[in-house]
Design a protein around this ligand. Structure first.
Ligand code: ADP
Ligand code: MG
Length: 246
């Protein structure tokens, strides 16, 4: 698939972090329940979307509410699989993997930042940041050192043992950024990362993300123009299709 598109493509370009080719995603309305058995209507959330994300670039996904930003971001992150087309993440065709294999691929290659932080309330900032390393089987002292280094990098060296409930929204999102980077992934995705933050705090958090994720590709879905200002280029979606890509 796609070999015909760019015969002169260089090795560097082949080393994309993630690539979507002619991607579509349909959802069934009504959850496929008893009453929708025969003619379950579907929502075409994405249609014919092709994107290539390269190492180190910061790419925005823009568009009005319902245009497919979260759907595309979830596909690029390997959280979901397309109903048509291909997603190639870390050289793997994600549709060919089991859910467990996809989870392992994400753990190694993808850091994910959500609008509502998704930190574990019972754990300290350090333990939240170290969690992916527990799953990777790293030893305790190595985990602590890595988590403390990252929390220092996001300016939270004084908050290492604080729990999420003792932190402001901006601080919680900085913990989430540190957690997303713990395994040194090649891709960081963020879905409306400033949605819960005031303008100044949101701006600082994004600057920090872009500074710290230096080697990583960052893909940021947002309808907030301020968030999109930090991006190197922006993919504009409308009704599940790419409207502009610059
Ligand atoms: P955005 O993030 O730009 O607001 P989404 O990707 O969340 O857009 O949604 C795109 C379209 O897909 C919308 O019409 C939305 O209602 C629909 N959609 C998203 N997720 C689901 C789902 N789990 N089930 C059914 N429809 C969905
Ligand atoms: Mg969304």
């Amino acid at each position: 698939m796609g070999q015909h598109s760019q015969p002169t493509e260089t090795k560097t370009k082949n080393a994309s972090v993630v690539r979507g080719e002619n991607v579509g995603r349909e959802y069934s309305r009504g959850g496929g329940g008893f009453f929708s058995r025969s003619a379950a209507p579907t929502v075409r959330a994405l249609d014919g979307v092709s994107v290539t994300i390269h190492p180190g670039e910061v790419v925005g996904i823009a568009g009005p509410s319902g245009s497919g930003k979260s759907t595309l971001l979830h596909l690029l992150a390997g959280l979901d699989v397309p109903t048509s087309g291909t997603i190639t993440l870390a050289r793997e065709d994600v549709a060919s993997l089991s859910a467990r294999q996809r989870a392992a691929l994400r753990l190694e290659h993808v850091g994910i930042i959500f609008q509502r932080f998704h930190l574990l309330d019972a754990l300290s900032a350090r333990a939240n940041v170290a969690l992916p390393l527990v799953e990777l089987g790293r030893g305790k002292s190595a985990r602590r050192e890595r988590a403390e280094d990252l929390l220092t990098a996001v300016g939270l060296e004084e908050r290492i043992t604080h729990k999420p409930g003792q932190l402001s929204g901006g601080e919680q999102q900085r913990v989430a950024i540190a957690r997303a980077l713990t395994t040194d992934p090649s891709l960081v995705v963020a879905d409306e990362p400033t949605g819960e933050l005031d303008t100044d705090t949101g701006g600082r958090v994004l600057d920090l993300l872009v500074d710290i994720a230096d080697e990583q590709a960052v893909v940021l879905a947002s309808h907030d123009q301020q968030a999109l200002d930090v991006c190197d280029r922006i993919i504009h979606l409308r009704d599940g299709r790419i409207e502009r890509n610059h």
